[in-house]
Structures are given as C-alpha cells and as structure tokens.
Ligand binder design. Structure first.
Ligand code: SF4
Length: 90
C-alpha cells in the first residue's frame, strides 16, 4: 500500500509495484515486483530518492523483502543501483 503512496501520494494498492500473492496449493505467499509498468501497475523504481525504500520501512518481514528487492534491482537496474550502493557492483 505504501508503494502507491510513493508513486502517487495516495493509497491505491492496485497501482503498487509490489504484489503479494498467496501460493497455490500450499501455505505462504510470493512477492512479485513489477518491472514494466502498465495501466494496472507502476514499475518499481526502487525508491531511488530514499535511503531506505518505502516498502522496507513498513514491512514487518523487511529482511526478506530486502533480499527480494536486491535481487530484483540487480537484475533490472544494476548500474543505477550499484552507484547508489544498495546493491553490490560486482
Ligand atoms: S522499492 Fe519499489 S516496491 Fe518498494 S515502495 Fe519503492 S517503488 Fe514500491
């Protein structure tokens, strides 16, 4: 929910770049980050203007979320994020 606030200044969960989906046929959930936005969701920009991404500031599982976010950023925005220091450069 905070993700939509980051993007739009409003709480519009459907626009969020992060999607929490229940796993099918088993307990637990999956976390998906949107790489390319469309009319339904906005792309994750990693909250580049913040020292700590907004979703991590409010997630009670923020260590797990940090790992997921790092992997996503390493795959989608490696140069930009290595400069910021959120992810390794190598
Ligand atoms: S890091 Fe991505 S998913 Fe998290 S609040 Fe920022 S834009 Fe949304």
């Amino acid at each position: 929910m905070v993700c939509s606030f980051h993007h739009k200044g409003e709480f519009i969960p459907s626009l969020s770049s992060i999607k929490i989906l229940n796993k099918e046929n088993e307990a637990g959930f999956r976390v998906l980050l949107v790489e390319k936005g469309d009319e339904r969701s906005l792309a994750c920009d990693g909250c580049r203007e913040l020292d700590v991404p907004l979703c991590m500031q409010y997630c009670k599982e923020n260590e797990d979320l940090e790992k997921i976010l790092r992997e996503f950023l390493e795959q989608t925005k490696p140069r930009e994020w290595a400069k910021k220091g959120l992810i390794g450069s190598g």
